[in-house]
Design a protein around this ligand. Sequence first.
Ligand SMILES: *Cc1c(COP(=O)(O)O)cnc(C)c1O
Length: 367
Amino acid sequence: MDKIMQSRLDRGFLKYQKEYEDKALEVLRSGWYILGKEDEAFEKEFAQYVGTDYAVGLASGLDALWLAFRVLGIGKGDEVIVQANTYIASVMGITINDATPVFVEPDQYYQIDADRIEEKITDRTKAILVVHLYGHSANMTKIVNICKKHNLKLVEDCAQSHGACHEGKMTGSFGDFGCFSFYPSKNMGAFGDAGAVTTNDPELARLMKIYRNYGSEKRYYNMVVGANSRLDELQAGLLRVRLAHMDEITAEREALAKRYTEGINNPLVVKPGVAPYASCVWHQYVLRVPDKRDSFKQYLEDNDIATIIHYPIPPHLSEAYAYLGVSEGSLPVTERYAKEVISLPLYSGMTQEEQDRVIDCINSFKG
Ligand SMILES: *Cc1c(COP(=O)(O)O)cnc(C)c1O
């Protein structure tokens, strides 16, 4: 029996192989490789998908995050509120600008606990960075209201939430900026690094286009110190192919998640829930296994089933952020989740047979 991988990007490619290959050849033969027709068309189509007026193609999700704060003028001396249980890139988007992350604990859906945000607001707080973790929308109604009440900017990290909605409105359309990654393993993955921001503000979109290209709008006239964060035509073209199939790709993930939720019945594991206001696009299907996570992972591994921990070390406990001085024990929910979570195999093109093997194996785990 073949080992079941946690993710299989080849299956996602093979599903639409001909379309991807035709587009790749078209771009290769076009003689134009960075910021051209494909990027322009992609930005229009992606903005329409998310439901914003603008999208700006960038080189990665991290660039989308740090450039968002840069364009919003958030930097040294400013505080940004962010959930503590996130991928470290969310936090780096803040600290690359010399701003200070202020961590908030997650709720039962692994999203920022909206009821614990206001206690963290000070007169230095400038923004909230919401991460729609694992593909589940955060509680945007409450968070948008908090931002309005305290006059804070709102940035959304949508690297895991392409297509996920809060009360029918898509993540990435609530904030000043929605920040997307198209890293190959994301729900909407490219075939290399790529990212984008979405926004409804024409001036923010214009500034982002200036910042992504060395701070230049007109060739060799540089308005600000920018970055090289341009989207290449190959990725933009391939992303257009992927975008055209996103509803199908998301529906497939939803069906796989539903089968897990219906099939898994081991009382030793806690299955993920979906909040009444949210839709989830299942970037990850995350179980919690209190006390026994590591032996559970080993047991699956011994049965040729690979899993991944998202994430074993919360950013505040990583070596990179020792300088923040946020001590162990100060974010107990986050720290407990880091010891209990485990992400099951879930990918485009996963077969029923593969999924049944995972489900049967989990249900036979005795602890
Ligand atoms: C992947 C990811 C990022 C970073 O995206 P890159 O394209 O790898 O730079 C940021 N935030 C979250 C939550 C992510 O999952």
